[in-house]
Structure formats: structure tokens, C-alpha cells
Design a protein around this ligand. Structure first.
Ligand SMILES: C[S@@+](CC[C@H](N)C(=O)[O-])C[C@H]1O[C@@H](n2cnc3c(N)ncnc32)[C@H](O)[C@@H]1O
Length: 177
């Protein structure tokens, strides 16, 4: 995989991302998506999702243009360049709704900004859709889950490993689907 300086965890797969990819169930291989990797970095989640779902469109969104360039290159390496839409947040058409959102979100931007980010993107889950988030417990994984619940989301601590929480987030009506 191509990686580079100035991009999150460019020299190794982030341990939180590794826990997410190990613990969250991949989407059905037949899904058309679209799927969203929110804060794609150099694209490890995007590439795994695109490989697991051979016909799905995967949106890879990041504010960092170097990260977007690397994700584009890595999507091409895994043969998914035609299905991976790499975009700055403001360039994703507002009407797109996602079957799944996957994210190792940017915790270090600050709590208020993180809440703002999730409040912007989670409502773009399609009905019945699921978001999979990974957050280190020491960086507030449990309080983020509580905040999301308070905002009306259905939140389940799906897995916990190596100090990371994997959260399953869904619209309340789709809790038991
Ligand atoms: C924790 S890193 C995860 C990167 C990558 N998904 C991985 O697993 O290696 C979070 C990413 O979110 C990006 N980011 C920060 N603020 C953002 C925003 N407002 N919208 C989208 N992406 C953002 C950062 O540039 C960074 O690449």
C-alpha cells in the first residue's frame, strides 16, 4: 500500500483500524452500497471494503488532500479505482445515502468537532443502514457511545479489544434488524 508523511498512521496499519477490520462484520458481498469510509487517511478501510464488496461503490472522504491522493493510488492497486469515489467532504453530493458508514474517526480534532462531524454524516445513513466506528477507550470511546445514545441513535458496543471499542450505530427503528 502506498503511504506517506503528513497522513495519519502512514507507516503502519493503525491498531484501532486493525481492531475495526477484525471485529466488525464486512458488508454482504452482493451489496451495491454505497459505503462510506469517513476520514479515509491513506485508505486501508476503503480498500478492504472495496475488496470485500466487488460491486459496491465506496466513498472515501478526507479533508487531507495527500490522504485522498494515497487512497486513490491504493484503490487502483486493489483494482477498485472505478468504484472508489475519493472526495473532500464538501464534494460528496448531499443526496447520497449510505448503506454503511465505517470510520476510525479523527478524535484528536476535539470533542465538539467530532460530535459535529458525526452529526453531519450519521444522518446520511440509509434507513436500515449501519455505522461501524472504532474509538480508543482512553480517548473517550465510552463517552462517545453515551453521547450518540443521547442524540437518539441506537448504539451497541459490538466489540472491545486492546483498549478499543467497536461501536455499531443505527437509526433507532432498525435496532433489531
Ligand atoms: C484516525 S484517522 C483514520 C485514517 C484511516 N481511516 C486509517 O484507518 O488509517 C482520521 C482521519 O480523518 C481525517 N479527518 C479529520 N477531520 C475530518 C473531517 N472533518 N472530515 C473528514 N475527514 C476528516 C483525518 O485527516 C484523518 O485522515
Amino acid at each position: 500500500m502506498a503511504s506517506g508523511s503528513g497522513v495519519f498512521s502512514a507507516d503502519r496499519l493503525d491498531p484501532g483500524t486493525a481492531v475495526l477490520l477484525r471485529k466488525a462484520p464486512f458488508p454482504d458481498p452482493g451489496t451495491a452500497g454505497p459505503l462510506l469510509d469517513l476520514g479515509c487517511g491513506y485508505g486501508p478501510i476503503t480498500c478492504v471494503l472495496a475488496t470485500a464488496t466487488p460491486t459496491a461503490t465506496v466513498y472515501a472522504v478526507d479533508v487531507n488532500s495527500r490522504a485522498r491522493d494515497l487512497t486513490r493510488a491504493n484503490a487502483a492497486t486493489v483494482g477498485a479505482a472505478d468504484r472508489v469515489v475519493v472526495a473532500a467532504p464538501e464534494d460528496v453530493p448531499p443526496e447520497v445515502r449510505f448503506a454503511q458508514i465505517w470510520s476510525n474517526p479523527p478524535i484528536r480534532i476535539g470533542k465538539a468537532e467530532l460530535h459535529e462531524l458525526l452529526a453531519l454524516w450519521l444522518p446520511r445513513l440509509a434507513p436500515g443502514g449501519t455505522a461501524w466506528l472504532v474509538i480508543a477507550r482512553y480517548l473517550g470511546g465510552d463517552s462517545l457511545a453515551a453521547w450518540l445514545t443521547g442524540e437518539g441513535w441506537s448504539v451497541e458496543r459490538h466489540a472491545s479489544q486492546k483498549g478499543y471499542r467497536v461501536l455499531r450505530v443505527a437509526h433507532p427503528a432498525s435496532r433489531r434488524r
